[in-house]
Design a binder for this molecule. Structure first.
Ligand code: A2P
Length: 358
């Protein structure tokens, strides 16, 4: 018999994504009968608010999933590797936000606007994977174009915010920025020389999270380097696009960490089999689920992280024909990496699960 409310566990409830998962469940009135908030032993004794009531944060244990219907996991890959199978064994359906199960052929990898039908295959392992944040927003924007014009190749460069690394990284960026802004002397009259000198001591600074200073810098390095000299983040975009959208699409990616707070931006260049004009693409995207088109250069209107933060929609703009090839487009895609890139996507999957399967 179908239930009308569910026992939901959030693993990593005290983290940036876990916290957002709790807020999204609340905001979208997910039918929660009981919520179980799990984190490390360090957080035991803390409480978090859900639906107007304080709930205790419990230490994650193998036995945490008795009677739990759905587990939203976002506490890191090694935690998912160890605890998702325990949860699945106990009858809980896991929606996992880490990379650990994404490329497992027995685990569906789902963006609800792109391949919701894949959710049906959750039964093999009782686990569904949430894709990488950069892949999710790119595919939300490209799916409607692919359906009409068949994408042959994607060249993507990302400009990813620091919140994607977590709370410690946000703190590192803020402290570095504050120190630099306070210590570097600047007057217009002195011109660039003084700035140049002031910047020198900051060329190399001690860091905890990133290998280099992130404040006022771009780091072409997200996740670890692979034997082919791409980073794992770049390869995730390649692998996951194949699994979610179409394995015949060729993808090449450069992923860059930039000193923004929330929201990832992406420059996406595509080559298509059928010609699609910029105006046609704009019309198509205006009707696409989960997409908001912001594309009026005459009013300086285009997607910005400030507009995407806290927004469920993936913002798309700067839609132009690629004049260097016959059938190609350039678009600029921005989305809230913590929301659509993680927490919202996971909750949307859970919504489909309960609507159709649980
Ligand atoms: P805790 O706050 O107790 O350390 P973020 O990515 O924002 O740093 O969040 C990571 C999340 O994963 C936090 O909720 C954190 O809990 C949780 N976490 C980290 N290590 C463990 C662990 N060993 N067991 C359970 N949860 C963990």
């Amino acid at each position: 018999m179908k239930k009308d409310s569910y026992k939901v566990a959030v693993v990593g409830a005290t983290g940036a994504v876990g916290n957002m998962m709790i807020k999204v469940l609340e905001r979208r009135s997910f039918p929660v009968k009981d919520i179980v908030l799990l984190a490390s032993g360090r957080s035991s004794g803390r409480t978090l608010e859900f639906n107007g009531r304080e709930h205790p944060v419990l230490e994650l244990k193998e036995s945490s999933f008795e009677g739990v219907d759905i587990g939203l996991f976002s506490a890191g890959g090694s935690i998912s590797a160890k605890f998702a199978p325990c949860a699945a064994q106990a009858g809980c359906v896991v929606v996992d936000n880490t990379a650990h199960f994404r490329m497992d052929p027995e685990v569906p990898l789902v963006v609800p606007e792109v391949n919701p039908e894949q959710i049906a295959n959750y039964t093999v392992k009782n686990i569904i994977a949430n894709p990488n944040c950069s892949t999710i927003q790119m595919l939300v924007a490209l799916k409607p174009i692919h359906d009409v014009a068949k994408i042959k190749r994607i060249v993507v460069s990302t400009y990813q915010s620091v919140s994607g690394t977590g709370k410690d990284a946000l703190e590192e960026m803020l402290l570095q920025s504050r120190e630099m802004a306070n210590k570097i002397d600047w007057t217009k009259e002195d011109g660039l020389n003084k700035l140049w000198t002031g910047l020198k001591p900051f060329r190399k600074v001690d860091t905890n999270v990133y290998p280099h200073r992130i404040a006022f810098e771009c780091l072409p390095h997200i996740d670890v380097f692979m034997p082919n000299n791409y980073t794992k983040e770049e390869m995730k975009m390649v692998w996951e696009t194949g699994k979610i959208l179409d394995p015949t699409i060729k993808v090449t990616a450069t992923t860059v960490r930039v000193p923004t707070f929330f929201g990832h931006s992406e420059s996406v260049n595509i080559e298509t089999e059928k010609k699609l004009g910029a105006q046609e693409a704009r019309e198509l995207l205006r009707k696409a689920p989960g997409v908001k088109v912001l594309d009026d250069p005459s009013r300086n209107e285009y997607p910005l992280t400030a507009l995407a933060a806290g927004e469920d929609f993936t913002l798309v703009g700067r839609i132009r024909e690629d004049e260097s090839i016959d059938k190609g487009l350039n678009i600029w895609v921005v989305s809230d990496n913590i929301l659509k890139g993680a927490a919202l996507n996971a909750v949307q999957i859970a919504e489909i699960l309960i609507r159709k399967y649980l």
